[in-house]
Write a protein that binds this ligand. Structure first.
Ligand SMILES: Cc1ncc(COP(=O)(O)O)c(C=O)c1O
Length: 384
């Protein structure tokens, strides 16, 4: 009773004649804008704008998805138990330490909702994935950005922003949109230096594409830690972005808290079945990895030969930076590619206005990108 009375004046202050008003901060959030999907004049543009899998998905996953059409009248398993057991076995993890999400995006949101209240903060890299800041702000936390002077997460800059109100540190490794990665030593130092009450979220959305031997596999580090959650997704290497399946591995106490506010059936039934089948199709995963391993360095060196700065990447995309000269800018290049039906990701929203993020395509797609940019830069080059 007294609780109701105490809260009544505050509630009243948010009621206006203009109708319902979102809680403070919500209308300051810039909504997430995905990579472009349409190019004028092209019914089927080549989409290299969202780091999707150019090979499609596993034929077994596709069959499982189709088969699930007979079960659309029933709710999915609310705990994704089939998938849980398979992931636990594949990665040698404890099943009760897993959580499944409608994409790993949902897990970032749950983390912020569970651990942050107004006055708290979350820390991420300057160019960190956009979903983190949305999750933090939606939970009314301050989002602190650690400068990335080398376009790479800098552990000291992160630590400088951590204080006693920090609740979550978000690290994508490899990072999007830069493709850069942090070593085991760097992440171990970050973890060691964080207060034990801060959750370190190690987002491995691009883990399967990594070849660098010094890269930190978040799962290994999460195994023995009390405050690490490592996340993975079926959206990239497994080619199931349209189904929205992600998962996280964390201490049981963290999983227990996240599970309490998770939507009851957050991973839909066809998605669970397809993900389970995808996990079993090593041949498809190998093809996805092999394509990126082959084409990533080829695309990167061809772009470098055009005089562009290309950031070393361990993900299924590369970041190329363009000069400020008229006709040769990132915007001009994005437009030239779109004019030929090729969509890439401009990075103004990430604060890298001179950059384009280009998802690795098939060999012929990457060659097409190289040819279009070669023509653009030759046509606009200063006469010798
Ligand atoms: C770094 C990073 N984390 C997470 C995601 C989202 O993954 P999901 O599709 O599982 O929500 C993306 C998608 O682009 C990403 O780049």
């Amino acid at each position: 009773m007294s609780d109701t009375l105490d809260r009544a004046p505050k509630l009243a202050s948010r009621v206006t004649d203009a109708g319902p008003r979102p809680k403070p901060g919500i209308l300051d959030i810039a909504p997430y804008v995905g990579g472009k999907a349409k190019a004028e004049g092209f019914a089927h543009p080549l989409k290299l704008s969202s780091n999707e899998n150019i090979l499609g998905c596993s034929p077994q996953a596709r069959a499982a998805y189709t088969e699930a059409a007979d079960k659309l009248n029933i709710y999915p398993d609310g705990r994704s138990d089939g998938l849980r057991a398979a992931i636990a076995q594949r990665f040698a993890l404890e099943p009760e330490r897993l959580i499944f999400g409608c994409g790993s995006d949902e897990i970032f949101t749950l983390l912020a909702q569970v651990y942050c209240e107004p006055g708290d903060n979350v820390v991420q890299g300057q160019y960190g994935f956009l979903a983190y800041r949305i999750a933090g702000r939606a939970a009314q936390a301050e989002v602190r950005f650690a400068p990335e002077p080398q376009l790479k997460l800098d552990v000291d800059e992160v630590l400088r922003r951590v204080d006693d109100r920090t609740r979550v540190v978000f690290v994508a490794n490899p990072a999007n949109p830069t493709g850069t990665w942090n070593t085991r030593a760097e992440i171990a130092r970050l973890h060691r230096s964080l207060p034990p009450g801060v959750i370190l979220c190690l987002d491995g959305a691009y883990a399967e594409f990594v070849e660098a031997p010094d890269w930190c596999d978040g799962l290994g580090m999460a195994r023995g830690a009390r405050n690490i959650i490592a996340t993975r997704t079926f959206s990239k290497a497994y080619g199931l972005a349209g189904l929205r399946v992600g998962w996280g591995y964390a201490p049981a106490a963290v999983i227990d808290a996240l599970d309490r506010i998770r939507a009851p059936f957050n991973v839909n039934l066809p998605a669970q079945h397809a993900a389970l089948a995808a996990l079993d199709d090593d041949a498809f995963l190998d093809r996805s990895r092999a394509l990126v391993a082959e084409e990533r360095p080829r695309l990167a060196s061809a772009l470098e030969r055009l005089g562009l700065a290309v950031t070393p990447s361990q993900a299924n995309f590369v970041l190329a930076r363009f000069p400020p000269e008229p006709g040769r800018t990132a915007a001009a290049a994005e437009a030239a590619l779109a004019a030929q039906g090729v969509l890439v990701r401009g990075l103004k929203g990430y604060g890298i206005g001179d950059g384009l993020r280009i998802t690795i395509g098939l060999a012929e797609h990457n060659t097409q990108v190289i040819d279009i940019l070669t023509a653009l830069l030759a046509a606009t080059g200063r006469a010798a």
